[in-house]
Design a protein around this ligand. Sequence first.
Ligand code: MLC
Ligand code: AMP
Length: 508
Amino acid sequence: MPNPLYDTLFGQHQGRNTTFLQMADGTTVTHGDFLQLAAQYAGLIVRHGLRPGDRVAVQVAKSPQAVAVYAACVQAGAVFLPLNTAYTADDVYRFAENSGARLILCDGKCSESLQPVAHVCGAALETMNADGSGSFATKAAVLPRTFSTLDRTTDDVAAFLYTSGTTGCAKGAMLTQGNLLSNCRVLAGEWKFTAEDSLLHALPIFHTHGLFVATNITLLAGGKLVFLPKFDLDVMLGLMPQATTMMGVPTFYTRLLDDERFTRETARHMRLFVSGSAPLLAETHVRFEERTGHRILERYGMTETNMNTSNPYDGERRAGTVGFPLPGVEIRITDSSTGATLPQGEIGEIEVRGPNVFKGYWQMPGKTAEALRENGFFITGDLGRIDEDGYLHIVGRSKDMIISGGYNIYPKEIERLLDDEAGVLESAVIGVPHPDLGETVVGILVAEGQAVLDLDGIKRNIGGALARFKHPQRLVVLPELPRNTMGKVQKKELRAQYRDMFMPADPP
Ligand code: MLC
Ligand code: AMP
């Protein structure tokens, strides 16, 4: 029976003893063994009573078993809903509740805090630890190593990825089998992936970049992932000579360049370095080429759209740009207020249309209609221009969002907590340049009357409700926030004022 995503990415490898995953310690998992494990997991998902279209929320460490849960969801027709391991129990509650997840998979360490969440949501709770052990593996181990793949079409939803959104409300982006398939086919072709490739994989697998770009492309091409739990400089430097490709956020590249051991020789065996998820400074691009002889290939994507544009594999990879629309994908630059297409060269809202664009936000027709025009163009919230040679330049964001080390942070979520603190009249949260993370979070506070604010206390109070990566690195008190004549807070002014807060001073 057809299940296009399963058949194309996984089913084609049935019974093969080729290496799919190579771990940091050199141990490997073959495609065949991986698929048998996934089949057992698919069996367990079905035994939990899930039917095609039901959601499985997964907050587990990166491991071969975690990837097998993804494969199992696809095979059983369930919707895979991966969650950042840094999310708090409250975050997981919001996402599980909103999605109506019927099964939640978490690390054993979190099972106590998530038991009430599962109970309220009416979901089953199973554990999967970083080494793959836990109740899920134990129950699956006795099940058959084959599973009769359930029927799906390209229009069926394969995954939900949540984004908090500028208003702070959780939105589940529904990605169909067709979205994922079309994008990995195009990318594998454009970037010339083959079964000979070995991709150095240090990204998390709960986001588009590490999962749908790096993993899907490799599965499609039949290559190997050198599969690392996280970005660790020493491990990366040690294993790069065995790899042919790497995908990373800009922080990966600046960290590599900041280490003298990273040389032309380390990168000699590599054929491709891809960067995305956040802006790569032109300076990093240039330094990287000087050090290694490789030009980083920068591309542009989003949770809702997968990948939209890419610099060319052959041809000029232009620093400071994200290249051309991918085959089958249309990009246009519009006037944000009217939606009219602007002449080439002008700066405006980036909109995208193509088979990569998601189906909408789960149970949010209003939010979907705000983001997706009737003619199918998705309003990205990024600002850009297309130059005379057709390269897309991202020049800013119209959405209020911070990207720290490739993770999105929505100021509203933090401002709400700050505003609730005693003595705080109002707040504005901004992103400022950071040498390692690209941007980092700063909170600007205005005190009520004569109140004296205890900044450390405030940091501690709001900390408990926020994933670590969202914590403001600094809080600052101002007598008032800059506003325009309409009364709107001018974050641009605040960003300019604190631009150098974390940046090393230029040498005199
Ligand atoms: C970790 N920390 C961060 C952070 N990552 N803080 C801010 N921003 C981040 N991105 C904090 C932890 O909470 C911890 O805080 C401390 O840093 C050390 O944690 P760590 O796990 O050791 O961090 P580190 O290894 O340094 O991680 C940094 C990183 C990682 C950049 C390697 O964040 C990463 O892999 N980012 C990739 C994100 C990604 O995949 N994005 C793609 C989204 S998809 P403390 O206080 O406890 O010490 C997308 C679409 C597209 O955007 O186009 O691709
Ligand atoms: P997410 O919602 O996590 O998928 O993040 C998507 C956002 O990351 C985009 O809307 C952009 O703002 C940003 N982004 C992704 N790739 C790039 C890139 N190459 N350069 C600049 N910003 C990028």
